[in-house]
Design a protein around this ligand. Structure first.
Ligand SMILES: [Zn+2]
Length: 183
């Protein structure tokens, strides 16, 4: 099973959402959790490729093209890692897919169950999003994990202090999906 990990945004170039109080950026958190997740997936026997890049599908030729890398490898599943941002009260985890009732929807449910079960975050569900490049320009089941809200104090502490638990949960969700699919 080939797992493509795409930590969102690009440290030093596109920080993504930020929490100035805690001095953290979405790009750095996604990078760190992505690296930990890659380690657990490799230990579980998966082939893993990780690309964090300002070039999702051809916008910035200076960096690796994320969707092209995943499609040409080709990956069996594609996982993008992000932190949500909104008003301070909003909290919880959600997973975005191109369409419901699809293999991506099943993969998303496996990952979300593991995250909310292990970290105790609010379950905001699996949601369909047609307009996201990493979901509509990839050719394999693709999900975008909004691990928690960087703008919420409780979620942000979790994103900083429980990166290892989060990575284990994401990796377990992916291996649950592999088991469910019988691959
Ligand atoms: Zn993001």
């Amino acid at each position: 099973m080939r797992v493509f990990l795409n930590p969102g945004h690009h440290p030093g170039i596109d920080p993504g959402a930020v929490n100035r109080g805690y001095g953290v950026t979405e790009a750095d958190i996604a990078r760190d959790i992505g690296n930990l997740t890659a380690g657990y997936l490799t230990a579980a026997g998966c082939e893993v490729k990780t690309v964090q890049s300002n070039n999702l599908a051809g916008e910035d030729a200076a960096y690796t093209n994320v969707c092209l890398s995943a499609n040409s490898w080709p990956a069996d599943v594609f996982i993008s890692l992000h932190c949500n941002a909104a008003a301070p009260a909003a909290q919880g985890s959600e997973v975005l897919v191109y369409d419901k009732w699809s293999p991506a929807d099943t993969l998303a449910g496996c990952i979300l169950r593991q995250i909310t079960g292990s970290l105790g975050t609010v379950d905001r569900g699996v949601k369909a999003r047609l307009g996201l490049i990493v979901l509509n320009s990839t050719h394999m089941p693709a999900v975008l994990v909004e691990m928690g809200f960087i703008t919420n104090d409780k979620d942000c502490r979790m994103l900083i202090d429980q990166q290892d638990e989060l990575a284990r949960a994401i990796a377990r969700g992916i291996t649950d999906y592999i088991t469910e699919r019988g691959e």
